[in-house]
Design a protein around this ligand. Structure first.
Ligand code: HPA
Length: 284
């Protein structure tokens, strides 16, 4: 068993000191001071091409930064400008199913907070549970249901970041949601809006599970986003998130699904997603 010092070391593993030292490293290697943080989901990496890049830092070079293991993701922080706004883009997100603990999954969000980020934009790939949805449509996330087995805020509260019991009644910023709807209308983007439910994965759901997720009020299901949103809201960030519906999970639509299918469907939605994010950033 662990002695008290070892327990303390494990417990503090991803505490404020570690966040601070990651931020110090980034400050020493990058001149951009981003206000906007962006996390890109599976198959949705091309927004990076819109960045007027000034610095790229690999996760493996940043102290305490977890390293992304999923093949379809790259592990880099991209610093630069989109529409003259300073941004940091997380290319390669960390999923709970990869084996990270929750404090590791949200570590980059906390680093972003200390870098000066106040607005977080997130994309993800998700299965559509709402029977009016179609593949490759976007769903603006208005709320979530958390079915992950752990919570990033569990354990000693990091008081420097936020309160012990943060409110989640408006996790997704209504102003940003309204802005996204207006932009979608102006640019004729077919968007849906709904509730995202997070599951641990990595297996996809059974037919009975999809039905259950529909019954409890979810419109889309995925394996990411919610931990980052919880940590961001805890730290006082304004959050906007959007899902690309990569497969339909109701009735006769439930078929065998591969990562390739998910990526192909996400790719088709990428131009709309990129346009939406760019237009939002312009207005921030
Ligand atoms: N379930 C969970 N996660 C997903 C799905 C799904 O059907 N599609 C894309 N990500």
């Amino acid at each position: 068993m662990f002695n008290t010092d070892e327990k303390e070391a494990i417990f503090r593993f991803m505490g404020f000191t570690e966040i601070r030292s990651a931020v110090d490293y980034i400050h020493a290697h990058c001149s951009i001071r981003p206000r906007i943080g962006i996390i890109l989901g599976t198959g949705l990496g091309t927004l990076v091409q819109e960045v007027d890049v000034s610095d790229v830092i690999s996760y493996e070079d940043i102290p305490h930064f977890p390293i992304s293991t999923v093949e379809s993701h790259l592990g880099k922080l991209i610093f630069g400008k989109i529409a003259e706004r300073e941004v940091v883009v997380m290319q390669g997100r960390l999923h709970y199913y990869e084996g990270y603990d929750m404090q590791q999954v949200v570590f980059p969000v906390r680093v972003m907070k200390l870098l000066g980020v106040d607005t977080l934009l997130i994309s993800n790939a998700a299965g559509g549970l709402n029977n009016s949805f179609q593949v490759s449509e976007l769903m603006l996330i208005e709320d979530h249901i958390d079915l992950l087995p752990d919570n990033p805020l569990r354990g000693r509260n990091i008081d420097e970041l936020g309160p012990r019991f943060p409110d989640m009644s408006e996790a997704y910023n209504p102003y940003l949601l309204r802005m996204a709807k207006e932009i979608s209308q102006t640019h004729n983007l077919a968007v849906q809006q709904g509730v995202y439910v997070s599951v641990p994965g990595p297996n996809l759901e059974t037919k009975a599970e999809y039905k259950y997720l529909q019954i409890i009020g979810a419109d889309a299901v995925g394996m990411s986003t919610v931990p980052e949103v919880i940590a961001a809201v805890h730290a006082g960030l304004s959050v906007f998130a959007v899902s690309v519906i990569t497969d339909l999970c109701f009735g006769t639509h439930v078929n065998k699904l591969s990562l390739e299918d998910v990526i192909a469907a996400a790719k088709r939605a990428e131009p709309s997603m990129t346009l939406l994010f760019k237009q939002m950033i312009k207005r921030l």
